[in-house]
Design a protein around this ligand. Structure first.
Ligand code: SF4
Ligand code: SF4
Length: 197
């Protein structure tokens, strides 16, 4: 019958309209900004830089290798490498970014910078209220604004952050030098030669 589809559609609308007064699940409109819908864990919007410990400068994982800058499709990352070095999270002296800017008006939230970073130093944030009243400089997010703690990363993406921590701990354990045998202990046994067949 002509118009059946329209009637079915109107019935769904009516059911949701009336139901929204009685069932919270049907009430999909929230009074933003006072009320906010919780974001999914895999929601992503804009990159941020991770630092370990409480020191945003000393604990920054980024070593200014510039891979993300090179790979960013719209070229919205701008890095200047430091002249000196500081110890990274494993104690190895590394360069760090003297300047690290991302242009929020150009970033397209593709996450490629995150995928190419070999140091787990850049991740995607959930912040979306990034509009500015001014153009140009105001649209550049500087290193200071981009740097956020690993604790913050755990608060927005607990599953992913735990996986990253485990991966870094494993890498650190592999790099630890084997301690020399204790004085007076028996020397290590010679390996048994393989039998000649
Ligand atoms: S998310 Fe994509 S566009 Fe934005 S800074 Fe990273 S690589 Fe560039
Ligand atoms: S964020 Fe990662 S890929 Fe980009 S410069 Fe820093 S260490 Fe290199």
């Amino acid at each position: 019958m002509i118009g059946t589809g329209i009637l079915k559609g109107m019935a769904v609308t009516a059911r949701n309209f009336v139901g929204s007064y009685f069932e919270k699940d049907r009430l999909i409109t929230v009074q933003y900004p006072e009320e906010r819908t919780p974001l999914a864990e895999n929601y992503r919007n804009f990159p941020f830089l991770i630092y370990d410990t409480d020191d945003a400068e000393a604990g920054l994982r980024c070593v200014a290798c510039k891979i993300c800058e090179k790979e960013c499709p719209p070229q919205c990352i701008y890095i200047i490498k430091s002249e000196d070095k500081k110890p990274d999270y494993m104690g190895k002296p590394q360069f760090y970014p003297a300047v690290f800017d991302i242009d929020i008006s150009v970033c397209m939230s593709c996450q490629i910078c995150v995928e190419v970073c070999p140091f787990e130093a850049i991740k995607m944030d959930k912040v979306f209220e990034l509009s500015r009243r001014e153009r140009f400089d105001a649209l550049l997010q500087r290193k200071r604004e981009l740097s956020k703690s690993n604790t913050y990363y755990h608060s927005i993406c607990p599953t992913e952050a735990a996986e990253v921590d485990a991966k870094l701990a494993e890498a650190a354990a592999k790099k630890k030098p084997t301690p020399p045998p204790a004085a007076g202990s028996a020397p290590a046994a010679e390996p048994t030669p393989a039998p000649v067949i």
